[in-house]
Design a protein around this ligand. Structure first.
Ligand SMILES: [Zn+2]
Length: 79
């Protein structure tokens, strides 16, 4: 799980899985916790899924490096 970046407006995306496109072209799937969830109250804005620790670390690094590239955010928020 990653802390919420203030750069990203997640207010319309609670309870949704969203694809995040990175500069590298890779797509990560993230879940935005509902407003009632403990995760959200604790400042967790995105929950990432990974098969193992190694992949989790890679995803964290990828997101850290290009956190501003959320190409699909607008599309997802219209659902
Ligand atoms: Zn793995």
């Amino acid at each position: 799980m990653l802390p919420l970046s203030s750069k990203i407006d997640l207010s319309n995306l609670h309870g949704l899985y969203i694809p995040l496109t990175l500069f590298s072209g890779e797509i990560l799937i993230a879940f935005v916790p509902t407003k009632d969830s403990d995760a959200w109250k604790n400042g967790i804005g995105l929950m990432m899924m990974a098969c193992c620790e190694e992949c989790l670390e890679q995803m964290k690094n990828a997101l850290k490096n290009d956190m501003q590239t959320f190409a699909y955010m607008d599309e997802a928020s219209k659902r």
